[in-house]
Design a protein around this ligand. Structure first.
Ligand SMILES: *Cc1c(COP(=O)(O)O)cnc(C)c1O
Length: 437
């Protein structure tokens, strides 16, 4: 469910024609629907209502301040994985007391920052990290609430790059090590164990993986409580899958159905960290066709968005639906099913200008006839899109627009050539008579 739809063969984001946004702000352009963000947030709230969870939106999925501010205004907490994300949450008016900090490699400066800002929980991922937190907390004479990130050793059957809860993963501690660390933290004045955390992966479309994982973590919580630990929080992480190709995402209720019994059983308060589920279907990437050409038996559609803008296809072989923003009369409606042949289409490799063979948004993809200058929409690009973009090939990043009903605003301007060199210290030292832009 999202608020992107074709009206009279033209794509709208809520009540705004996407073509008008592209004409006004140029391409590549990220277009986000506030209504879609809030719709998904509401779905999670509703499905898990009985546990009264704190929903900690996972900042890394889409960290634009306007998105964070929108979430903060609606009472969301935040899940952060770096000092930079803490900074963003604070700038956006987020509540640090509803913010949790995960990550296998927190630097001493990041730990100090988190302690100074009174975050709700630091999610400890190793014994050595617990030591460093203790040293810093003791120095500051300030007790810190932590949760241990447990690796429950389940395979959620998603892409191996986004599987995080198997035994051989770098994240968290296995159940025995977690129990041993809890033991060592007993009665610790500075590092106070108040929760357990798990995050088993991303784009998970099989809810049963959560049932298996939450069962193990809830068992551990009960054991630790019996031993006198004050385990208040059970954080079951993020990872709920969304629609990319068809209807593969599952409703929030299906995840709630397997998670809630374990929350009830261990008597903890629930924390959730959805990222992709909130913003994934709330964004599209709009690009413009530059050239078409053929090579051997392949047909290339060269457009102005590339792997530096949206890396998921190149990095994970991820599938994103792509369709023209304006569909000429007599041409097919956007597909809801890629399994069968789509009449009126031919197959294209949709590629970008970056100098890498791995630079593509889609391979062998059915699309209707397209001309130079036509606009394309790449769907489900709201999560892990702009945030993973780079300036590779010295390409300025695209602009971001947030739509709310029939109004819209630019929430990140397009980068300029000057932006590309802003942090380079020699930029002013070298005479550059020819480089004026
Ligand atoms: C990335 C991440 C999330 C969010 O994952 P989604 O798949 O976007 O829901 C939640 N928790 C932690 C610890 C993460 O690293």
């Amino acid at each position: 469910m999202d608020f992107f739809e074709y009206r009279d063969r033209e794509l709208y984001c809520e009540d705004v024609p996407v073509r008008e946004l592209a004409e006004r702000f140029g391409t590549p352009l990220w277009v986000y629907s506030a209504r879609t963000v809030l719709h998904h947030y509401g779905q999670v709230q509703e499905a898990f209502a009985e546990a009264e969870p704190i929903i900690c939106y996972s900042v890394k999925a889409n960290s634009n301040l306007a998105i964070l501010h929108l979430m903060a205004q609606h009472g969301s907490g935040f899940d952060v994985v770096s000092g930079g994300e803490i900074y963003r949450v604070l700038l956006a008016g987020g509540d640090p007391r509803r913010t949790v900090f995960a990550g296998v490699g927190k630097s001493p400066a990041e730990i100090a920052y988190a302690i100074d800002q009174d975050l709700l929980l630091l999610e400890v991922e190793s014994e050595e990290e617990a030591e460093v937190i203790r040293e810093i907390a003791a120095e500051k004479q300030k007790a810190v609430s932590v949760a241990i990130r447990v690796n429950p050793d389940v395979d959620p059957k998603t892409h191996r790059y986004i599987t995080t809860g198997k035994k051989e993963s770098k994240f968290g501690l296995d159940l025995e090590r977690a129990a041993a660390l809890a033991d060592r933290l007993r009665g610790d004045r500075w590092v106070q164990l108040h929760g357990l955390h798990m995050h088993i992966g991303s784009q998970i479309t099989d809810p049963s993986a959560y049932g298996r994982a939450a069962a193990r973590v809830a068992d551990l919580a009960l054991d630790l409580k019996k031993m006198g630990h004050d385990i208040r929080w059970l954080n079951t992480g993020g990872g709920f899958g969304i629609h990319y190709r068809g209807q593969e995402g599952r409703p929030a209720e299906e995840f709630a159905a397997v998670i809630l019994p374990h929350v009830r059983r261990c008597g903890c308060r629930l924390l959730l960290e959805p990222g992709r589920f909130i913003v994934g279907n709330a964004g599209i990437l709009v690009s413009r066709v530059l050239f078409r050409k053929e090579a051997g038996d392949r047909r290339f559609l060269i457009q102005d968005a590339a792997m530096n803008d949206l890396v998921r296809p190149s990095l994970y072989q991820a599938f994103h639906r792509i369709w023209p923003v304006v569909v000429p009369p007599g041409l097919p409606a956007p597909p809801t099913d890629y399994e069968s042949d789509i009449p009126g289409t031919v197959r294209w490799d949709v590629v970008g200008p970056v100098c890498e063979t791995g630079d593509f948004l889609a391979l062998d993809r059915p699309l209707p006839r397209l001309d130079r200058g036509d606009l394309l929409a790449t769907f489900s690009a709201g999560a892990y899109g702009m945030v993973m973009s780079s300036n590779y090939n010295s390409r300025p990043r695209g602009a971001e627009v947030l739509v709310e009903g029939s109004s819209f605003r630019l929430v990140r301007r397009r980068e300029t050539y000057e932006d590309l060199v802003r942090a380079e210290l020699e930029a002013d030292a070298i005479p550059h008579p020819a480089a004026s832009s």
